[in-house]
Write a protein that binds this ligand. Structure first.
Ligand SMILES: [Zn+2]
Ligand SMILES: [Zn+2]
Length: 336
């Protein structure tokens, strides 16, 4: 195990605080959700405009990819297209973060979630070990696990989405399907991730993902193969099954790109104000998932605050936020 591996949840000042009362907890949740919503209405309009572009060019995209003439116009071709988009988005998004990390410019560094140094600033030797381990897990997940489950989503439970250049639904339906895919992913990821924090699953599966304490964007897919299949792949694909034949593959591709951007942002260590997921109402932030990695507790969601708020698994984080906003320095995150 790498030297920077996550030791079993260290006690931190936020964790040993007394549990807050239900009333205070609701107040914290409501104020956070209200703040979130009012701030994000214009941002949501901007995001809709961004999502309109692939909708407008859907027929060109499908014609360019010659989707109607795919030799296996069934689920296998669709599943392949989804995974190719996943890989492309992963390379492009991480390429951009790679530039930001290497520039190490104050403009980017001012948006760091914490004051912790980047892993390569602590020890080059340790960083190389950890990076090699990350490459190994990525190769296993993409090179072995994806081909293993591809026949299932290709033939046994095909995605069966529309692929024709003229079959793209209206813009409102396109947005609605993206929302359904986000909601499904968020639901399944929340509960699978929460289960992964039980003693047995954490010890044997989820500990891998928590080996990085100071995250960098490429850690997003750094996970045990079982976690990669169930928490990442299954949760991401779930909404495509729910939307089924009502959905167009271009919509699914846009969702996959959003999912990669979201998870890379969440693990980037930066909280950029222009981040795509910040444009969603009731969405979580990079700092939100960063807090999960630092404290090893709560904040299980990916896209939205709902499940964490309903199940009170983000009250430690909201309490920490309230303290930070009232000017009380926390010794757990910002000053470490
Ligand atoms: Zn976790
Ligand atoms: Zn994570």
């Amino acid at each position: 195990m790498p030297e920077t591996a996550h030791k079993p949840a260290e006690k931190t000042p936020t964790e040993v605080q007394k549990p807050i009362s239900l009333g205070s907890q609701l107040k914290l949740n409501c104020s956070e959700i209200y703040r979130n919503f009012t701030y994000k209405i214009p941002a949501l309009a901007l995001l809709s405009a961004i999502l309109w572009v692939p909708h407008y060019y859907a027929s060109e995209i499908t014609s360019f990819m010659r989707m109607e003439s795919w030799p296996m116009s069934s689920g296998f071709a669709q599943a392949t297209a989804i995974h190719v988009v996943f890989l492309l988005a992963y390379v492009i998004v991480n390429g951009l973060y790679f530039v930001a990390y290497n520039l190490n410019h104050p403009f980017f560094e001012q948006y760091k979630c914490t004051n912790r140094p980047w892993p390569w600033q602590v020890s080059q030797k340790r960083w190389i070990k950890l990076r090699n381990r990350l490459i190994k897990f990525f190769a296993i997940n993409v090179g072995l696990m994806v081909p293993l489950y591809m026949p299932i989503i290709g033939y046994l439970y095909p995605l069966s989405m529309k692929t024709g250049p003229t079959e793209m639904p209206g813009f409102a339906t396109h947005l609605f399907h993206i929302f359904v895919m986000m909601a499904c992913e968020d639901f399944f990821f929340y509960w699978i991730h929460r289960a992964a924090h039980t003693k047995f699953l954490y010890k044997h599966v989820h500990y891998v993902h928590h080996e990085y304490i100071q995250n960098v964007s490429i850690c997003a897919t750094y996970a045990h193969p079982l976690e990669f299949v169930f928490a990442d792949a299954f949760a991401t694909l779930s909404g495509m099954y729910v939307c089924g034949s009502y959905c167009h593959i271009v919509t699914a591709m846009v969702f996959v790109m959003l999912r990669i951007i979201e998870t890379s942002e969440a693990h980037s260590g930066y909280e950029f104000p222009w981040s795509i997921t910040n444009m969603l109402p009731f969405s979580v932030t990079s700092d939100y998932h960063d807090h999960h990695h630092h404290t090893n507790k709560g904040n299980f969601s990916t896209f939205f605050l709902f499940w964490d708020s309903i199940c009170s698994t983000n009250n430690i984080y909201f309490k920490y936020l309230a303290k930070m906003r009232s000017g009380v320095k926390s010794s757990t995150v910002k000053t470490e």
